[in-house]
Design a protein around this ligand. Structure first.
Ligand code: NAD
Ligand code: LMR
Length: 331
């Protein structure tokens, strides 16, 4: 017997990531083959004709699990009763920009959307912010939503793409299948200060540094490669990552909704306790584990050496700077 349908709101649905994402949700890859889905797609008015074309293509796939599609530029209509809100709609950076350069353009989107989600979405709604700079946009959105009573721990920002990039780098260096690389946590900001922690990753069940046996590579080329991968894609493609970003969205939602003990990366609001001394409320990338469908805990007990502590301090400082830059949106 099929499960009850999941309502999924996707913003920026006519954009590049939207085009790579919607078909995967509708085919069942996000919520599984037993769960019908209802898509609630938000776009700017100017992009509604293009979104209508995407809707026609979704119709033409005749996906058995796809129960309905709403296309709208009305925020409340898009988020009404949504169980998941995937906040993709935002301007991407161009070559030569850092993601935080987008704050003044994109930050304001997330106050209205946060308020609307808190007012109109389902009580169990979980939110994944993808639009950049995603950590601070999630801080803005979750703060606006909290003003309307929504718990901040239902908000996530996406660092899964960084984790996947890092796992592939480690597997290539070790010459082993990527599936054997696990527990690679991305700490901090989805930016060029993030800290991909190979020191607590495992390869075939053994500590990654022991298998790789090249600390200089781990501290240098590996970290820089993950930090700069988004920029490298923009340089090569002329546009930012889209299919791999959509894949990371699918992986994030699956990890949050399907507790199985696996450690995965996403950014969440730093808690009062158990957040590794990160200032409370900053949306910070951690290793997480799902404890029940939709609920996660931060993996505890990880000890960082001096090198890692310096990296964590740098990415925390950047997030504090970003928070200061959007102070008026948080007031
Ligand atoms: P895109 O320009 O192709 O699409 C963005 C879409 O969002 C456009 O169709 C636009 O009309 C729409 N949009 C803009 N403002 C909106 C609003 N207020 N409400 C609803 N829709 C709105 O961009 P893209 O390549 O799909 O990327 C989207 C965002 O995702 C960018 O900010 C990009 O930097 C970010 N991104 C994040 C990650 C990550 O790992 N966190 C990875 C890739 C891309
Ligand atoms: C990425 O990591 O690919 C995205 O955040 C897009 C970007 O601006 O790099």
């Amino acid at each position: 017997m099929p499960d009850s349908p999941v309502r999924v709101a996707v913003t920026g649905a006519a954009g590049q990531i939207g085009y790579a994402l919607l078909f995967r949700i509708a085919s069942g890859q996000m919520f599984g083959p037993q769960t019908p889905v209802r898509l609630q797609l938000l776009e700017l008015p100017a992009a509604l004709p293009a979104l209508d074309g995407v809707r026609m293509e979704l119709d033409d796939c005749a996906f058995p699990l796809l129960e309905s599609i709403v296309c709208t530029s009305d925020t409340d209509e898009a988020f009404a009763d949504a169980n998941w809100a995937l906040l993709v709609g935002a301007v991407p950076r161009r070559e030569g920009m850092e993601r935080k350069d987008l704050l003044s353009i994109n930050g304001g989107i997330f106050t209205g959307q946060g308020e609307s989600i808190a007012r109109t979405a389902a009580d169990d709604c979980r939110v994944l912010v993808v639009g950049n700079p995603c950590n601070t946009n999630a801080l803005i959105g979750s703060t606006a939503a909290a003003r309307h009573g929504m718990a901040r721990d239902r908000w996530f920002a996406m660092t899964m793409l960084d984790e996947s990039r890092g796992r592939t780098q480690l597997s290539a260096k070790a010459g082993v299948p990527v599936a054997t690389v696990r527990d690679l946590a991305i700490w901090g900001n989805h930016s060029s200060t993030q800290f991909p922690d190979a020191w607590h990753a495992t390869i075939g069940g053994r500590p990654a540094p022991e298998v790789i046996d090249d600390d200089a590579w781990l501290e240098g080329e590996f970290i820089a490669g993950v930090q700069q991968r988004g920029a490298a894609i923009i340089k090569a493609r002329g546009q930012s990552s889209a299919a791999s970003a959509a894949n990371a969205i699918v992986d994030t939602v699956r990890n949050v909704t399907q507790p199985g003990g696996a450690v995965f990366s996403a950014a969440v609001p730093a808690p009062t306790e158990g957040g590794y001394d990160v200032p409370e409320g900053l949306v910070f990338g951690y290793p997480l584990r799902a404890t029940a469908p939709g609920s996660v805990e931060i993996v505890q007990g990880i000890e960082h050496g001096e090198f890692a502590r310096a990296r964590l301090a740098a990415t925390t400082a950047e997030l504090l700077e970003e928070r200061a830059a959007v102070e008026e949106l948080l007031a």
